[in-house]
Structures are given as structure tokens and as C-alpha cells.
Design a protein around this ligand. Structure first.
Ligand code: ZN
Length: 173
């Protein structure tokens, strides 16, 4: 499962398969959110395993993402998820990435890794990412084709938002 899965409300206990995610996915979730608590409970119960992919698979994913142009839209957590899926596939598993992230799906498709949108798991709620500079707070659209802030050069971060709450914030500014 990638970050988008947990934020959208994916419930690890509703699935019978062996489930994995990566440390950076956990880091991307807000620690007071329902998504974080749900994942933490699933980890403590042994329902979800947290595994860091080996470096060779991370490099392989980055190579493919660069070739596709998706590297700008993938967070390090996304890259880890793809790399872990690749590692599991190499180990003889048949991994299925649960994700609503278009770039994750695109790179997975290119690498011959199966994925399933969250609708498959009964989740109809969709959210969008906003990308921002953690240093100067400048905001960037999701399709901004770079990983770095054009003003100060810092590495961009992202957070989920609902369209309605973004409009409210813009009015205040
Ligand atoms: Zn900046």
C-alpha cells in the first residue's frame, strides 16, 4: 500500500492477503490522523509488515521513473513502495500495489507490476495532493515538473487536501 491508499481510508484488516508498506509511507502520514492510527494498529498486530526495499530495487525504480518523466511526481515514499513491490516480485511473490496515484500506477505498469485502484477496495473518496516548499512555503501545482523549489531550491514536499478546504484557505490569504 502506498500513502494514497491509507489517506483515502484503506483498511488493512479488510484484506486477507499478506500486506506490506514501507517506513517512508508511515512518515508521510500525519501522526494524529486516522490513517496513521489505523496503520500503526495493523503493524502492531502483524497485519501489515513494514519493509525497506534494497537499494538495487530503488535504483531500478528511479531509472524507470526518470525515463517516463514520473520521477518529479513521485515522493521518496512512492519510490520505496514501487521498489518493494519489485523486490517482492523478484522473490517470487505476485505483488499488487494498492494506489490511486497516477504516477505510481504508470511506473508500476511500465515495470510489469500489478496495481489496483482504491475503488477495487470499495473506497470512493478521492483526494488531491498539494506540493509545497518546506523552506519558503511557496505552493506548487501537482503537475509542476520539478522536485525542487524554483525560488529557494529546497526539495518539495506534499500533503493531501480536499478541494473545499483549499478554497477556504485561499480566501483567508
Ligand atoms: Zn522555496
Amino acid at each position: 500500500m502506498d500513502t494514497s491508499a491509507f489517506i483515502a481510508g484503506f483498511d488493512p484488516f479488510a484484506v486477507n492477503e499478506e500486506e506490506y508498506t514501507t517506513p517512508l509511507v508511515k512518515d508521510e502520514l500525519f501522526s494524529n490522523s486516522l490513517a496513521f492510527l489505523r496503520l500503526e494498529t495493523a503493524i502492531k498486530n502483524g497485519k501489515v509488515k513494514v519493509k525497506t526495499p534494497r537499494e538495487q530495487f530503488v535504483a531500478e525504480v528511479k531509472k524507470h521513473s526518470k525515463a517516463l518523466g514520473d520521477i518529479f511526481f513521485l515522493s521518496e515514499a512512492d519510490v520505496q513502495v514501487l521498489a518493494l513491490a519489485l523486490e517482492l516480485k523478484n522473490a517470487g511473490y505476485a505483488p499488487l500495489i494498492a494506489t490511486d496515484d497516477y504516477s505510481v500506477q504508470n511506473v508500476a505498469n511500465q515495470m510489469g507490476i500489478e496495481f489496483a485502484s482504491l475503488l477495487t477496495f470499495g473506497i470512493k473518496f478521492k483526494f488531491h495532493w498539494i506540493r509545497y516548499c518546506p523552506a519558503c512555503r511557496r505552493k506548487y501545482p501537482p503537475n509542476y515538473p520539478s522536485n525542487t523549489c524554483q525560488v529557494c531550491g529546497a526539495k518539495l514536499k506534499r500533503k493531501p487536501y480536499k478541494k473545499s478546504s483549499l478554497k477556504q484557505r485561499q480566501k483567508k490569504e
